[in-house]
Design a protein around this ligand. Structure first.
Ligand SMILES: CC(=O)N[C@H]1[C@@H](OP(=O)(O)OP(=O)(O)OC[C@H]2O[C@@H](n3ccc(=O)[nH]c3=O)[C@H](O)[C@@H]2O)O[C@H](CO)[C@@H](O)[C@@H]1O[C@H](C)C(=O)N[C@@H](C)C(=O)N[C@H](CCC(=O)O)C(=O)O
Ligand SMILES: Nc1ncnc2c1ncn2[C@@H]1O[C@H](COP(=O)(O)OP(=O)(O)OP(=O)(O)O)[C@@H](O)[C@H]1O
Length: 512
């Protein structure tokens, strides 16, 4: 792979991003990076985000010969300086060029929504992989799959990677023979130009509720919505959950660039008119999640109507699965292709459960804002009508401030006992975060217990529970870290702790 300076000039000019190029005579770069720690000789270095000029000095020392930046730096003297109007956009278009436009060899399905992106991505991947084995890549919050071998699956750092990593991983996927890519598209991906210039073959919009507002994220809800809508604007086909808040905005964004016959709507409201597919909920308890997709408009020609059993509980997962079934249906997967993968699928950290004799059933779930915690607790409360809903939850520091009030509200509405504890406090004090959640709990609705140590909180919640109760460990899913003051402290996962407690209860000792 290489990038000629003449090509850099042409691409940046085409995208109206070039201010000037001050060349040091180098005409070709053999590598690209935005991290001085991994620079190799003759790399092109991108100065982005919370960049510090000393990183450029390090990059130069290690042999980088060109840099791309919005301003010229004395530290870059002697290097080719590519000065641009917007460095994250420049990084996106130049990364696509460097990796030789892998997107052109992939059918790309992008999924956005405040909740359900990962679940829908796993459902879509599973169905397509059944139809086209070994040809479907997945870029999700949990895993990235870029090929059929074990070494082609690895953990993700971000929901949607930085553009350079995105195109790098797409190239790997294409070289490994992948033909389809299912990827989550966070609002941050648009805010930070991670998918700038990318056209999606199919875009899915699931839902929107307030989240991701605050420092480092969106300035307000309208900005959050605006970013999410960009997936509809940039998709050739659109699938929309018609039950979403702000439906008219979402539909409007889709219609702006997509012909009506390429927009597919579905609804969990069986009475809803004007949609292409209705979801009929046949049974949604913990053992069975059974639904039927009813086609209201046979002219769409997809062979996906019929009954489905979903292995992941939660009525909201019927909507996530329907979006996935339609998306896969658009590239040839039919009802038969979808039945088995959906009836077997397991998604790490989503609705994982553990039975503990004489104590409650423990659920580990990634619910970490109002909408998801509310949906989860409402579902479980309905399932465990004779028991109590005991929730262990905290809220992360340094981001998603609105989640704190959201947790308080969801707990007030559905929980019986709440253990307020630590979850990725970052540079904030967990006791302060806990107080903020507590202040949002309606008086006399929930019994509140403050237990700062998450391990203790989980243990106490399980020990307190009786056989009819449900214990919900919310927010972390299968996350193996606690983020504390800039350090990722290893965490045995919520399920790991629950299993330890179970062993302790069985063998008469705890493993603390
Ligand atoms: C606000 C935000 O999105 N920031 C992302 C962004 O940060 P940044 O560009 O400022 O980078 P930085 O890590 O502060 O460092 C500045 C630059 O200096 C470079 N550097 C740094 C140190 C050094 O020694 N040398 C060096 O060159 C870095 O490589 C970087 O290019 O680029 C970094 C990668 O370069 C990301 O890790 C970082 O994500 C942070 C950690 C983050 O938490 N992002 C969240 C908000 C996020 O993106 N979430 C969404 C949504 C998830 C959801 O829907 O739930 C996601 O898509 O994951
Ligand atoms: N459609 C939905 N509506 C409401 N809640 C949902 C929905 N889908 C999933 N959830 C809840 O949200 C949690 C997270 O789901 P999932 O990981 O699929 O969403 P996500 O959009 O990828 O989340 P995030 O952006 O936080 O990574 C689930 O564990 C479940 O509790």
């Amino acid at each position: 792979m290489e990038l000629e300076i003449a090509t850099v000039k042409a691409i940046l000019t085409e995208h109206d991003l070039l201010k000037e190029i001050k060349t040091n005579g180098t005409t070709l770069n053999t590598g690209v990076t935005y991290d001085s720690r991994v620079v190799k000789p003759n790399d092109m270095f991108f100065c982005k985000g919370n960049f510090k000029p000393e990183y450029l000095s390090v990059a130069k020392e290690k042999g980088a010969t060109a840099y791309v930046s919005e301003t010229e730096y004395p530290e870059g003297a002697g290097m080719t300086a590519v000065i641009v109007t917007n460095v994250t956009r420049a990084m996106a278009v130049l990364s696509a060029t460097y990796y030789d436009f892998p997107q052109n060899d992939l059918y790309i399905i992008g999924i956005t929504g405040t909740k359900g992106k990962t679940s829908s991505a796993y459902f879509t991947h599973a169905i397509l992989n059944q139809k086209y084995p070994g040809q479907v890549a997945l870029f999700s919050t949990i895993d990235r799959i870029v090929g059929p071998k074990a070494e082609d699956t690895f953990k993700s750092d971000l929901t949607t990677p930085e553009s350079m990593n995105l195109f790098h991983d797409m190239r790997r996927a294409v070289d490994n023979g992948m033909k389809y890519l299912v990827m989550e598209v966070s609002s941050q991906a648009y805010l930070r130009d991670r998918v700038y210039g990318l056209k999606f073959d199919c875009g899915i919009f699931l839902n929107i509720t307030p989240d991701h507002i605050g420092r480092n994220e969106h300035k307000d809800f309208e900005d959050y919505l605006h970013c999410k809508l960009q997936l509809m604007v940039n998709s050739k086909r659109c699938i929309i959950d018609a039950d979403t808040d702000r439906f008219e905005d979402v539909f409007g964004a889709a219609k702006a660039t997509t012909e009506p016959d390429q927009i597919y709507l579905f609804s969990a409201d069986t009475e809803a008119g004007g949609v292409d597919f209705n979801i009929q909920d046949n049974e949604d308890d913990l053992a069975v999640n059974r639904f039927t997709i009813v086609d209201t408009d046979n002219s769409r020609g997809l062979n996906i109507t019929g009954d489905y059993d979903l292995n992941v509980a939660g009525d909201y997962n019927q909507s996530n699965a329907t979006a996935a079934i339609i998306a896969a249906g658009l590239v040839g997967a039919n009802h038969e292709d979808a039945i088995n993968p959906l009836s077997e699928i397991v998604i790490p950290g989503r609705m994982e459960h553990l039975e503990i004799e004489n104590h409650g059933t423990v659920f580990v779930d990634y619910a970490h804002n109002y909408a998801s915690l509310h949906a989860l607790l409402k579902f479980l409360k309905h399932q465990y009508q004779n028991g109590r809903v005991i929730v262990v939850v905290g809220s992360p520091g340094d981001k998603g401030i609105s989640r704190r009030a959201g947790f308080g509200k969801a707990l007030s509405e559905q929980a019986d006992i709440a253990y307020l504890t630590t979850d990725d406090p970052g540079f904030e004090k967990p006791e302060k975060i806990i107080k903020q959640i507590e202040l949002s709990i309606e008086p006399n609705t929930v019994e509140i217990k403050e237990v700062l140590d998450r391990r203790d909180a989980i243990q106490q919640a399980i020990e307190l529970s009786g056989s009819q109760d449900v214990v919900v460990l919310a927010g972390k899913g299968e996350d193996p870290y606690q983020k504390i003051e800039g350090v990722d402290e290893p965490w045995p996962t919520d399920m790991g702790v629950a299993k330890e407690v179970k062993r302790g209860l069985i063998y008469g000792k705890t493993n603390k």
